[in-house]
Design a protein around this ligand. Structure first.
Ligand SMILES: C[S@@+](CC[C@H](N)C(=O)[O-])C[C@H]1O[C@@H](n2cnc3c(N)ncnc32)[C@H](O)[C@@H]1O
Length: 275
């Protein structure tokens, strides 16, 4: 079989299984199995396939057809231009979270010196990307889940300005205060979890469940972070930006603003304190 033949067959199988994004999923599976750029599936369509590649694509396609997310099948995902290891112990970093990373990198340029903390770091994508972008600052990444931290450790290798540690929000805190705290905490209301698409249901519940109104953890973090950071940047769910801005202003972050993602939703909320 040729590359193009296998590509067509894989797209067809994933389409029949109602898997997510059959064409792009099939392209990534083949490109990864062959260790070639996805474009070469079209520029060199008649290349024959090594037998082990056929077997690998077959196994991976079956998993995707069952609804397992592509990133778990491949064991990695791209975030902010870099690849990060992910496992079912970690949430798969989303494109929306790249907006939080961009906002954080802009804040880091203007905030006074001081460390940065990424609360609920998961696979560490945000913390690692910030540590690479701001080598002059110490970055901490924390999570309540030790199995997520083990994955973050593998993504953080070689970064001297990044430390990972286990904590329940800010308990404990590795420093008295931070220039910036960022967090993409779980924000989906518990009652909405059962309606999430099949592939999202493969992700850890601890990474998704935001309690009765989705704001359980965000509310606690805002309370704990007051007086301990100059700026707090949070990713929020649909229709949560206004209540989160109110919480920030009540807690002692008098200047707050929200930023929209590409779909026009208020996705990131930033609160800044005066001192
Ligand atoms: C939505 S995921 C975000 C992961 C990563 N920051 C990202 O953007 O891809 C939320 C993370 O918060 C962690 N988490 C949940 N409750 C926590 C708590 N009380 N304290 C610290 N981390 C918590 C979960 O284990 C999970 O890794």
């Amino acid at each position: 079989m040729t590359r193009l033949g296998l590509l067509r067959q894989t797209i067809d199988r994933l389409t029949r299984a109602a898997a997510e994004s059959p064409r792009s999923t099939a392209q990534w599976l083949l490109a990864e199995a062959l260790q070639v750029p996805p474009l070469s599936l079209y520029t060199e369509p008649d290349e024959p396939l090594p037998p082990d590649c056929l077997r690998r694509v077959e196994t991976w396609t079956a998993r995707c057809a069952e609804g397992e997310p592509l990133a778990y099948v491949l064991g990695s995902v791209e975030f902010a231009g870099q690849r990060f290891r992910v496992t079912p112990a970690t949430l798969i970093p989303r494109p929306e979270t790249e907006l939080l990373w961009e906002v954080a990198t802009r804040l880091v340029e203007i905030l006074p010196p001081g460390p940065i903390l990424d609360v609920g770091t998961g696979c560490g994508a945000l913390a690692v990307s910030l540590a690479r972008r701001a080598p002059g600052r110490h970055v901490y990444g924390s999570d309540i889940d030790p199995s997520a931290l083990a994955v973050a450790e593998t993504n953080a290798q070689g970064l001297a300005n990044l430390s990972l540690y286990r904590a329940d929000l800010l308990r404990p805190m590795p420093e008295a205060a931070f220039a910036l705290i960022v967090a993409n905490l779980p924000y989906i209301p518990t009652s909405a979890l059962a309606q999430l698409p099949k592939n999202v249901q493969h992700e850890p519940r601890k990474a998704l469940d935001g309690g009765p109104d989705g704001l359980l953890l965000i509310r606690s973090l805002i309370t704990q972070a007051a007086g301990r950071c100059r700026a707090l940047a949070l990713e929020v769910g649909d229709h949560q930006a206004d209540p989160v801005r109110e919480l920030l202003e009540e807690a002692g972050f008098p200047r707050s603003r929200s930023l929209q993602d590409l779909s026009g939703m208020d996705r990131i909320v930033v609160g800044e304190s005066d001192g």
